[in-house]
Write a protein that binds this ligand. Structure first.
Ligand SMILES: [Zn+2]
Length: 263
């Protein structure tokens, strides 16, 4: 079994434009799907993925309801677990979190770059409290985002400081902080949160991946790709280079995710 904990898909009418803009901002990064769920599922079949978590991101306060409507629609597919999203500046963010939970979504994605906030800003406390009360998983973008110049908002340091406000499962994407590897190793490894392993292939030396694996532990790592930007098969190549016991590999590939998603 293989669970991909970090993917993206867009409503068919918006997918083309959304991918073109994101790709342009990332210097022409080549998408591996056409942005739709149908295309994501075709790639999942090719790479042997049984289930994907699809992350929605509300990039402005007015858009969050539509974004979550589509997440709820996608979540009806047995091969998809969609996470919703709220925008920190939306006046109805707390009510929207309730709607997300009551619709049966298991989690939300927050993106400090796209949504313009720092994870450890006290203005986020009401949102974190509500997420905790509802028992939602919360995935944060972490580290560099190739669509944005530095300095970055979702640093391991700030993510660690934020943890005291969350009493819910927290996932830091991209091995805890894309590109900020020394800070991940020094401050975030061993903290009570999960790392998803998306976008690691080609972005980090094998030795760093091995160190994070050893220091953070296989119980707190979740296989992930970041489709359409990276393919699951590429991330498996990185994992194949690591010294990893078969039982620990199973935890990373699906068992940790299955437990987290309550399956
Ligand atoms: Zn992503």
């Amino acid at each position: 079994m293989l669970i991909d904990f970090h993917t993206h898909a867009f409503p068919p009418a918006l997918a083309g434009r959304a991918l073109a803009k994101l790709s342009y901002d990332c210097g022409g990064l080549a998408p591996q799907t056409d942005g739709t769920v149908a295309s994501l599922k075709a790639q999942m079949a090719l790479d042997g993925v049984d289930l994907s978590v699809v992350n929605a991101i509300a990039t402005n306060p007015r858009q969050q309801r539509k974004v979550n409507d589509y997440a709820i629609e996608m979540n009806a597919d047995p091969q998809i677990r969609a996470f919703g999203s709220v925008h920190p500046d939306a006046p109805d963010a707390l009510e929207e979190l309730e709607r997300i939970a009551h619709a049966g979504l298991k989690g939300v994605k927050l993106h400090p770059e796209y949504q313009g906030f720092y994870p450890d800003d006290p203005k986020m406390i009401p949102i974190y409290r509500k997420i905790s009360r509802l028992g939602l998983i919360v995935t944060f973008h972490a580290g560099q985002d190739y669509g944005y110049p530095p300095p970055y908002r979702a640093t391991p340091d700030r993510l660690k400081r934020m943890l005291k406000w969350l009493d819910s499962p927290v996932v830091a994407a991209h091995w805890g902080g894309l590109g900020l590897w020394q800070e991940v190793l020094d401050t975030l490894c061993g903290a009570p949160l999960w790392f998803d392993l998306s976008f690691g292939y080609g972005s980090m030396p094998r030795s760093v991946a091995q160190q994070i694996l050893e220091k953070h532990g296989p119980e707190k790592l979740l296989f992930a790709s970041d489709m359409p930007w990276h393919r699951p098969a590429w991330e498996l190549r990185l994992l194949d280079t690591l010294d990893l016991a078969p039982a620990d590999r199973e935890k990373i590939l699906w068992a940790n995710a299955k437990a987290l998603l309550g399956m």
